[in-house]
Write a new protein. Structure first.
Length: 190
């Protein structure tokens, strides 16, 4: 089973020799592995230094909502509208962000394993899609404060990891993180 570090390697390969990388190309490259890797990679983009680029967190949140909605409907294929799929990220920025994420991914690959399978079953995955949509909907409001969207994106990244490696313990931690993100987001907005 490919690990999180393998996903980052795929992104790095995609960016090499390019000036920009389109969102559609990222989805095409890692989308065949399911919804989890897309949640993970999309959320990591916002958690990386790229998250400081104005409007990027909101654009990524919209893409995450589209992916989660398709997961909720039971769709195997992944689709994003052209105006989002044609958006580009500078390849050198993507490579830099991926390089910074590699050490964390390597550590994750050593501790992740299949456990608590009921928390990553099909009904649980649909419930996770609802949580992902809720978390992504908070991002545009939190974007007014730089990097404030980090907590909901961390929850989405953890859900993506849990779905990718089918680790129910990580799903449990992700759901707790999502709860903390909701409480923190409400407090920031008040």
């Amino acid at each position: 089973m490919p690990g999180t570090d393998d996903l980052l390697d795929d992104l790095e390969t995609l960016a090499q020799g390019q000036d920009t990388v389109r969102v559609k190309d990222i989805i095409d490259r890692i989308g065949n592995r399911g919804h989890g890797p897309l949640f993970f990679i999309a959320a990591l983009l916002v958690l990386s230094p790229l998250g400081g680029i104005p409007t990027l967190p909101t654009i990524v949140a919209v893409i995450i909502i589209l992916i989660a909605a398709q997961m909720l409907w039971g769709s195997d294929g992944l689709w994003v509208p052209g105006f989002l799929g044609d958006r580009s990220i500078e390849a050198d920025r993507l490579e830099t962000a991926v390089e910074k994420m590699h050490p964390v991914a390597e550590k994750l690959d050593h501790i992740l394993k299949r456990r608590l399978q009921k928390l990553v079953s099909t009904p649980a995955q649909r419930a996770a899609a609802v949580v992902v949509i809720a978390m992504a909907l908070t991002v545009p409001f939190l974007e007014v404060v730089p990097f404030a969207a980090a907590l909901p994106m961390a929850a989405i990244a953890l859900i993506g990891i849990a779905l990718t490696v089918r680790d129910g313990l990580v799903m449990l931690i992700a759901l707790i993180t999502a709860g903390v993100a909701v409480i923190s987001g409400v407090m920031w907005l008040i």
